[in-house]
Design a binder for this molecule. Structure first.
Ligand SMILES: CC(C)(COP(=O)(O)OP(=O)(O)OC[C@H]1O[C@@H](n2cnc3c(N)ncnc32)[C@H](O)[C@@H]1OP(=O)(O)O)[C@@H](O)C(=O)NCCC(=O)NCCS
Length: 204
């Protein structure tokens, strides 16, 4: 099965919200992205349930993952455990560099905020795939960088293939387990934003 991750931007009215209301809007929008990923993948999900540590539970063999940030959200479904993470590439405090990766990992790539978020999102995607949270961040290691869009993370005695997608100062990382990927970046209003009214049916 091909993977169809979907990236949506927040609706203009959601951008005006703050605090919990904004977080709820992001979460709602991420679920719209998930519905689109289902549509593109030809699968359906039942109620979105969570298990230990708030990890998404699969529905009849379909796994799902989502991520929501202040301006964009990303979501994906797949036939195997899967993890997606999106971040805006923006300078952070330098103290975080040691938190995200070791000296040996940093030696694998140029030191930049782009690399920082590449590593961060790749590790988060893997930790989401396994269903554990950020507490395990230091146990996940960048094992190899294959090319600008692909790297390998080592975690829990396994190697995890991660693919990146970049757009508008954002980076998305996705664990793919060898599956083909079609990225769907929806910047224009989608049918979900403007539902088309169903015309009245002719009376018999
Ligand atoms: C998973 C986690 C790394 C994501 O953090 P983040 O980068 O701030 O948030 P993102 O927007 O990228 O992702 C949020 C989504 O990740 C998913 N998620 C949450 N916990 C998850 C987990 N343990 N495994 C996989 N996915 C998880 C959820 O779908 C969540 O969105 P939702 O709450 O709207 O459903 C972080 O929430 C975490 O460390 N969670 C574990 C905390 C924990 O152990 N809690 C135990 C008590 S419930």
């Amino acid at each position: 099965m091909k993977l169809h991750p979907v990236i949506l931007r927040l609706l203009p009215e959601d951008l005006r919200l703050r605090g919990l209301a904004r977080l709820q809007a992001q979460s709602r929008r991420a679920r719209e992205a998930l519905a689109l990923s289902c549509e593109a993948s030809g699968v359906s999900l039942g109620p979105l349930e969570k298990g230990d540590r708030n990890a998404p539970l699969p529905f009849r063999g379909t796994f799902w993952s989502l991520s929501h940030k202040p301006r964009f959200v990303a979501a994906v479904v797949g036939p195997v455990p899967i993890g997606i993470d999106i971040e805006e590439i923006t300078p952070r405090t330098e103290g975080l560099l040691d938190y995200i990766a070791s000296t040996a990992e940093w030696a694998l790539a140029d030191l930049s905020w782009e690399t920082f978020f590449r590593f961060w999102t790749a590790k988060e995607a893997v930790l989401k795939t396994v269903g554990v949270g950020l507490a395990h961040l230091t146990k996940a290691r960048i094992h190899a960088i294959l090319d600008p869009d692909n790297l390998i993370v080592a975690y829990a005695s396994k190697l995890w293939a991660v693919r990146h997608f970049r757009f508008q100062d954002h980076i998305v990382s996705l664990t793919h387990d060898g599956h083909e990927i079609t990225w769907n970046l929806v910047l224009e209003p989608h049918v979900l934003d403007n539902p088309v009214p169903v015309p009245p049916q002719p009376q018999a």
